[in-house]
Design a protein around this ligand. Sequence first.
Ligand SMILES: [Zn+2]
Length: 308
Amino acid sequence: MYSKMRLLACIDCHGTMALPIDGGLSMVCDSCKREYFKTDGVWDFRADPNTGSQKSLAIYAELEFQRWLEIFEHTESKNWKIYETKLYRFFTQSGHRLLGRSLAKLTKVNDLVVEVGAGNGALHDFVALKNYIGIDTNWNMLCQLATNYPDKTLICTSGGVLPIADGIVDTFVTLHTLEHIYHLAEAFEEITRILKPEGTHYFVIPCEGGLPFSIGRALVTGPSLKRKYSLDIDLVMSREHINDAPRVLKFLKMYFRELKYTHWPLRFLPFLNTNVMIWGHCKSRPELLPLIRRAEIEGAKKPLDGPD
Ligand SMILES: [Zn+2]
């Protein structure tokens, strides 16, 4: 059903495109003629370094943080301390489990589901999604996802502009992603643009800023990073989780309606200091659309980049 639809949008000119139906490995934007290619199961929609105006923050380019990104991608993403034991996984994969269950129950089988921060596809261990587009800035993680789930549409972008056509998404998913996006308002305007008027945004965020995270870092991940790589956990996590939970909630309240969320594991003690994550859903505010379009036309909004 979705195979013939013009689901994707050119990141340079915003012209729409349909995915090749015959398993083709390239597609061309009708409007600006930019050609996009699929390699190792992943579509490359990253900004053209020659023409792209993608802007990143200077703190993401610092050597010590770059060293961490290298370490994470090549070593730690496969045996990251927080997935080491069953007990750690009970806490660290709780978001995938709860959200997977929720999506299985609340989405219709033909819904178009778009996930930003798809990573290596941990969500798919918990729910089967038929019409799924996964987006991430990390090429190698998406390649791992493509290997494990070859039927998924996967797109690597530079962040900022989403390569999806306007108003077509039923379900938008961010799973442990919003805490990483410094330019939250810009990201939420993009999500509003691509969601259907009744579309839903499902999210999971960590209780960043709360006691359990400070304790976990002081006792578990901090000593491990120090010992293995002499990395400072505070330097790493202040940049990785650049938003604490109150900042994310504040922006969710501004940009979405019918926001409902639950703290986990202690939902009846809904505080940062007594929980490890917050999960929930909200609907877009279509009345923002004309204002977002006007801001785009006036050039008030520039595409911006995040680390991951
Ligand atoms: Zn184009």
